[in-house]
Write a protein that binds this ligand. Structure first.
Ligand SMILES: Nc1ncnc2c1ncn2[C@@H]1O[C@H](COP(=O)(O)OP(=O)(O)OP(=O)(O)O)[C@@H](O)[C@H]1O
Ligand SMILES: [Mg+2]
Length: 238
């Protein structure tokens, strides 16, 4: 049997001062080349789950990336295997100029500046935003910032991409462009938190549904998820 790219077994994240944990015995696996949508209503635990893999939350249970167990000692190595898109792009944009920000993951890895900038331009081109390369990050629109942050997450070619609602601020054209880019990623596994089922359908192989911190194993398709939300017939549930 091959080692899964991401293996999570009985992951629980306790909540201070509350009996119910933020995540409750979550078990899931993502293989290399798999694109998985992590779906769940607001507050269900999607961001907490992605953050746990990056070592941002104290947890119980096992998280392994390429077989390596996440511990306080291995956290930095494991973070090096991740391309992480934060829910709020401002949380990860560090440099004033787009090109420098996108290139940072490579520069940190000691790639020469000129090569890092060249590669950053390539990634911006792939995402259809090369015209933003010399813009000031601060002046970008929210959707532009989200795409720049995504370029920064993609640039190192990390084997595991954790994307927290990458389509949230995108216009319909940008959203479908992004789905196409993600469909073309075969070197990595993708775990993508999203409630945009049209977007997920456009690039994901399967769904993992989470509710109140627990994976609901029987909810594995769009129809079942919509039914759970009371949206099966396309009408408002209220
Ligand atoms: N640091 C924290 N301390 C305490 N509670 C937290 C913390 N971070 C998140 N929570 C709580 O954990 C639950 C899950 O939050 P999380 O952000 O993971 O949900 P989500 O599924 O990503 O929601 P959304 O769709 O709104 O992004 C929420 O009830 C939230 O209030
Ligand atoms: Mg979230």
């Amino acid at each position: 049997m091959t080692t899964p790219l991401l293996s999570i077994v009985n992951l629980s994240v306790p909540k201070k001062g509350r009996a119910e944990p933020l995540l409750d015995k979550v078990t899931l696996f993502v293989e290399k080349g798999e694109r998985v949508a992590l779906v769940g209503l607001n507050g269900s635990g999607k961001t907490t789950l992605l953050g746990s893999i990056a070592g941002l939350f104290r947890h119980e249970g096992e998280i392994r990336v390429e077989g390596e167990l996440l511990t306080s000692k291995s956290a930095a190595t494991i973070r090096g295997k991740l391309g992480y898109l934060f829910n709020v792009p401002e949380d990860q944009l560090l440099f004033p100029r787009v090109l420098d920000d996108v290139a940072y993951g490579l520069i940190r890895g000691k790639v020469p500046l000129a090569r890092a900038h060249e590669k950053a331009l390539e990634v911006l081109k792939t995402l259809g935003i090369e015209q933003l390369a010399h813009c000031t990050v601060h002046n970008l629109s929210h959707g532009q910032k989200q795409r720049v942050a995504l370029a920064g997450a993609l640039i190192t070619g990390a084997p595991l991409l954790l994307l927290d609602e990458p389509s949230a601020a995108l216009d319909p054209v940008a959203k479908m462009q992004l789905a196409k880019v993600l469909r073309g990623i075969t070197h990595a596994g993708i775990l993508c938190a999203t409630n945009d089922l049209e977007f997920a359908r456009a690039f994901c192989h399967r769904y993992i549904f989470i509710e109140a911190g627990k994976v609901v194993p029987e909810l594995v398709d769009e129809a079942a998820i919509l039914a759970r939300w009371g949206l099966s017939d396309g009408r408002s549930p209220v």
